[in-house]
Design a binder for this molecule. Structure first.
Ligand SMILES: *[C@@H]1O[C@H](CO)[C@@H](O)[C@H](O)[C@H]1NC(C)=O
Ligand SMILES: *[C@@H]1O[C@H](CO)[C@@H](O)[C@H](O)[C@H]1NC(C)=O
Ligand SMILES: *[C@@H]1O[C@H](CO)[C@@H](O)[C@H](O)[C@H]1NC(C)=O
Length: 397
């Protein structure tokens, strides 16, 4: 009896010491808050509780998500926090498949200055169940399904090594954020999953994406209005719709998109490569300028280089006025590979706002489509710029 009590005492002491040292280290393991890695038990509350304590801790507190599968409903990680928040994701998070449990997105980070996400874990949106409910490809105004990861009003953040699988809508969205870096991320969904953009960025600045493998059903990376100084390098895209600026001009009050470099990227079997698009009838008049694309390889891409200012997919647009988006200063340099379309370079700009300062330098495509007597060419409509002699198919300038 006495020895049993002694064991209990020692055990208790051990637990207290362990908890104290965890506090000292600022380490918050979701399991200590009741999360279960069985893939079935709802662990939402445990994650929110761990965040609450971590966010209130100074220095560099760390939330640890060990190996295992954690079912979590919508989560909001809200700041401002006292320290830089580190999230070490080793396990896999599974999104709830109950659509009625979502108000908007799955996992949202907001108002956080200083965020580090590491650890080779996975965010699994379990989207397949939701895709048949996506009406956006059919309707001009539609209710949006949840995006998997949203960063809004986040600054000084680094996201490294994570994987995003099968989101219900977009994989990741960056909004009103600045100074964020994404390093070595994996993004995967079937090529026919609707609106599963890899990374959508809007109203943000100084965002860097280095090394990513993105295969999904919509844009690999899409760049919306209000962005400044974005840099994308070492990204492999496919399947999907390529790296796209736009669609611009759909809603009122859109801000300019200024400064984008895309370098050392590879596209395999995507429907577009480098694309800039604006809606046929725009509500907003904005500028899109200072884009630099260099050292790009394409394999069997349908539209390798495309500016499309008459964008109007799936549905007929309400009106058919020329776009009010003004595109200037866009350089395509050292871009090579194979094109499935006869028009490997297609620059279709607005009749009321022609493109200016488009440069084509050292571009070489071969045709790999299936038309026997293909008219392999580049097309310019309302597009002004220049090219060097080293452009195939011949430049339209
Ligand atoms: C969120 O970001 C926007 C744009 O950067 C800024 O105007 C706004 O003040 C921010 N809101 C908060 C609560 O930080
Ligand atoms: C553009 O972004 C990069 C990376 O975040 C940063 O180093 C650079 O200072 C930024 N440039 C401007 C003009 O803000
Ligand atoms: C692309 O990567 C190569 C090899 O790392 C490097 O030498 C080159 O400068 C990069 N291109 C650009 C435009 O950054």
């Amino acid at each position: 009896m006495a020895s049993e009590a002694r064991f209990m005492f020692i055990g208790l002491l051990f637990l207290i010491l362990k908890a104290a040292s965890a506090q000292q280290l600022g380490e918050y393991n979701v399991k200590a808050y009741g999360a279960s890695g069985d893939g079935k038990t709802d662990s939402t509350k445990a994650f929110q509780d761990a965040w609450k304590e971590s966010c209130a801790t100074e220095g560099k507190p760390r939330i640890v998500i060990p190996e295992g599968k954690y079912l979590v409903g919508p989560l909001v990680f809200e700041g401002p926090c006292k320290g830089t928040q580190v999230i070490e994701l080793r396990g896999e998070l599974l999104a709830s498949t109950d659509l009625s449990s979502y108000e908007s997105n799955w996992i949202q980070f907001e108002y956080i200055d200083g965020l580090i996400i590491t650890g080779n874990g996975k965010f699994n949106g379990q989207g397949a169940i939701a895709w048949p409910h996506n009406e956006c490809p059919k309707r001009w105004s539609c209710k949006l399904l949840p995006t998997s990861l949203v960063f809004s009003n986040v600054t000084e953040a680094t996201i490294t090594g994570i994987t995003s699988l099968d989101p219900k809508l977009f994989h990741m969205q960056v909004f009103r954020s600045h100074d964020m870096t994404f390093n070595s991320i994996w993004v995967t969904a079937p090529g026919d999953s609707p609106n599963t953009d890899g990374l959508h960025i809007a109203e943000s600045s100084n965002i860097v994406i280095n090394n990513a493998v993105i295969g999904t059903g919509d844009d690999c990376i899409s760049i919306g209005p209000g962005n400044r100084n974005l840099s994308i390098s070492g990204v492999t895209c496919g399947p999907g719709h390529g790296i796209s600026v736009g669609s611009l001009g759909k809603t009122a009050g859109e801000n300019d998109v200024v400064g984008l470099t895309v370098t050392n990227c590879t596209f395999v079997g995507t429907s577009n490569g480098l694309r800039i698009k604006s809606w046929q009838s725009s509500v907003s008049a904005l500028k899109a300028s200072g884009f630099h694309y260099e050292d790009i390889v394409m394999k069997d891409v349908y539209n390798p280089i495309i500016i499309d200012q008459e964008y109007c997919p799936y549905v007929s647009c309400p009106e058919k006025d020329p776009s009010l988006v003004k595109i200037t200063d866009v350089t395509f340099k050292n871009i090579r590979g194979t094109s499935l379309a006869e028009e490997a370079i297609k620059l279709v700009c607005s009749a009321s706002n022609p493109c200016e300062g488009v440069q084509l330098q050292d571009i070489h495509f071969e045709y790999t489509g299936d038309k026997p007597n293909a008219n392999f060419k580049s097309t310019c409509v309302n597009a002004h710029g220049s090219s060097n002699d080293n452009v195939n198919p011949d430049s339209c300038f």
